[in-house]
Design a binder for this molecule. Structure first.
Ligand SMILES: Nc1ncnc2c1ncn2[C@@H]1O[C@H](COP(=O)(O)OP(=O)(O)O)[C@@H](O)[C@H]1O
Ligand SMILES: [Mg+2]
Length: 353
């Protein structure tokens, strides 16, 4: 089921007559049968968008289409959606089986058929052996799977997940996210996955949208957005450790940080912001981009050099290099910058140049 958001806007009016534009003129097409990540920092309008798609919130302006059907005036229970929240929201006094079957009580389904359907879905999400337990007898990851099973049992057209992994510890989060990916692949239900965690969104999604203050920044496949960020906000939001930002300039077809020439670069002479991914540095014999290493961190197979910022002694930047160089604190190193790890932004607007 393809979903189209057309000029979708939500304005909240608070008591003091203050307006919050939580979602600002979103125009997105969510492809059928895919897992779509809605990504952005806390407060950027992710949940508000999801609740408008579910029908729990009415848009101030704009339309929501499921396929060719305009569902904007359709109440939530008639949209054919399954919704999963961060906090599971299971009924504590009911067993797993009763929780999963609950949505079927309002539809006229034969008891035996409902039992079979519940078992089938529970097996699909890997909790088929826990049907007689109560939620408090389950781990967080298992509880979240019950919530997913409950959302899936009515065979929704669309599955909506609002930060479903936030309450899980790191290991369970990883495991459950792989599980969600598998379930989505098997069921092929169009799924919207909301998260503020860029790594989570990047790893699980077929496509992502990055939101900032209710406004779309970029839509695309995760690697595409990572490799070709539309602006400095997106570049900084994706990737750990984050991209390094330097003040620089384009002058005579060359790109400079201070007096160091970083690369050749087409563009009119101007002051710019230069973004270089930590993995974008290469240690070389000869280069005018010469820096002094402050600290060396080796974690697993990565060696990270922490280096004093060339123009601001009070801050540092990070370069991930091959451990074989044997760099030590206090060493001077010379860098080349890998062209595809280098991004140049308009100093005022932050847009990519
Ligand atoms: N019911 C509401 N009344 C007023 N403001 C709200 C309401 N719900 C959300 N907001 C505001 O709308 C913005 C977006 O919120 P939300 O969609 O919950 O963000 P996210 O899910 O990305 O963290 C925030 O500034 C938030 O404070
Ligand atoms: Mg939210």
């Amino acid at each position: 089921m393809e979903i189209k958001l057309q000029n979708l806007t939500k304005v909240f009016q608070s008591k003091k007559e203050e307006e919050t534009i939580a979602v600002d003129n979103l125009d997105i097409t969510i492809p059928s049968g895919k897992l779509f990540g809605l990504l952005g920092p806390s407060g950027c309008g992710k949940s508000t968008t999801l609740y408008m798609i579910s029908g729990l919130l009415r848009p101030t302006q704009g339309k929501i289409l499921f396929g060719n059907e305009d569902v904007t005036p359709v109440p939530p229970e008639e949209r054919g959606i399954g919704l999963v929240f961060q906090n599971y929201a299971l009924y504590p006094h009911m067993t797993v089986r009763q929780n999963i079957m609950f949505p079927l009580e309002n539809v006229k389904m034969d008891k035996q058929e409902a039992l079979e359907k519940a078992q089938e879905i529970a097996d699909l999400v890997g909790i088929g052996h826990l049907m007689n337990r109560k939620p408090k007898q389950l781990s967080g990851g298992q509880q979240q799977r019950v919530a997913i099973a409950r959302a899936l049992v009515k065979s929704p057209r669309v599955l909506l997940l609002d930060e479903p992994l936030s309450n899980l510890d790191a290991r369970l989060r990883l495991q459950t996210r792989e599980e969600i990916k598998r379930i989505q692949r098997e069921t092929k239900i169009t799924t919207i996955f909301v998260t503020h965690d860029q790594e989570e969104a990047m790893s699980i999604s077929d496509e992502i949208v990055v939101l900032r203050e209710g406004v779309t920044q970029q839509v695309g496949r995760p690697q595409e957005v990572y490799n070709k960020p539309a602006n400095q906000f997106v570049a900084k939001f994706l990737g750990t450790p984050p991209i390094n930002i330097f003040d620089g300039r384009i002058e005579g077809g060359k790109l400079f940080i201070g007096d160091s020439q970083i690369a050749s670069y087409k563009g009119k002479d101007q002051e710019v912001s230069i973004g270089i991914r930590p993995e974008g540095f290469k240690i070389v014999e000869r280069s005018s981009f010469q820096v002094e290493v402050d600290l060396v961190e080796t974690i697993g197979r990565d060696t990270t050099l922490i280096i004093k910022h060339p123009e601001d002694e009070s801050s540092t930047f990070r370069a991930i290099v091959d451990a074989d160089y044997g760099v030590e604190p206090g060493d001077t190193v010379k860098f080349n910058v890998k062209p595809h790890k280098l991004h140049v932004f308009n100093k005022e607007t932050g847009e990519i140049i």
